[in-house]
Design a protein around this ligand. Structure first.
Ligand code: FPP
Length: 236
């Protein structure tokens, strides 16, 4: 494998950063940056199947985003709700299956039931696996996996027999392959508590382009770059 170039990535994960700065640059409120970000997401989801992407995972709201002003949090929740209202039928027709990564208990009840409805409606679909990280944190993900394992120990399992795979299966992404490629827009070079376990060997690609300006052409460029890389997974 070592001299071979990559095929297209099966799983692409994205930190959709820069909505606020995009809005600020045009003298608009931050909420309009998120709205423009939602439009960007629409076109990226649409473009995935043609680029051979089987899994798309986006970071919509982190466990740390509760620190934002209340009005901005409300605007984000409203946008997610609008997104489901406007996109669900179309995504379902295209065979997209939606799932949520994260603990959605603290999410406002109306949005939570809408999200649960979308997941249930699309769960049998065989097209793009579209995961939305919502109230998600990588550390919290590992913690809840450890808690699930600890409960099994209480029921008599021997922790010394567990492998990495046992923990991996308890993560929110349990039955998904790890991301091959992680894209971050907006210029910062950080993982920001996204998929900490799952990104261990992912290829990283960043751009200073703000998320609302990120187009399927940028995505194709990132994939082209990925295809020219060699992945060694710690080997030589
Ligand atoms: C980061 O930009 C972006 C977010 C915290 C939210 C991303 C949300 C969307 C794209 C809206 C729609 C989502 C769904 C799932 C429908 P930032 O606000 O941190 O930007 P900044 O770094 O420029 O301030």
């Amino acid at each position: 494998m070592k001299d071979e170039k990559q095929g297209n990535p099966r799983h692409v994960a994205i930190i959709m950063d820069g909505n606020g700065r995009w809005a600020q640059a045009q003298g608009l409120p931050r909420a309009l940056g998120h709205k423009a970000g939602m439009e960007s997401l629409r076109s990226i989801v649409e473009a995935c199947p043609d680029l051979g992407i089987e899994y798309l995972t986006v970071y919509a709201f982190s466990t740390e985003n509760w620190k934002r002003p209340r009005l901005e949090i409300e605007a984000l929740m409203r946008l997610m709700s609008e997104y489901i209202d406007s996109e669900l039928d179309r995504l379902n027709r295209k065979g997209v299956s939606i799932r949520i990564l994260g603990d959605i208990q603290p999410i406002p009840a109306a949005l939570r039931s809408k999200v649960e409805g979308a997941v249930a409606m699309t769960s049998g679909n065989q097209g793009l696996r579209f995961s939305i990280a919502l109230n998600y944190g990588g550390r919290q993900d590992i913690l809840q996996a450890a808690q699930a394992l600890a409960k099994r120990a209480l029921h008599g399992e021997d922790p010394d027999r567990w492998t990495e795979e046992d923990l991996q299966k308890c993560l929110y992404t349990g039955d998904m392959p790890d991301p091959d490629l992680m894209i971050r827009t907006g210029g910062d070079l950080r993982i920001s508590n996204f998929l900490l376990w799952q990104l261990a060997y992912s290829e990283l690609w960043t751009t200073s382009t703000y998320w609302p300006d990120f187009t399927p052409e940028h995505l194709a460029g990132a994939i082209q770059d990925y295809c020219g890389r060699q992945r060694r997974f710690g080997g030589i």
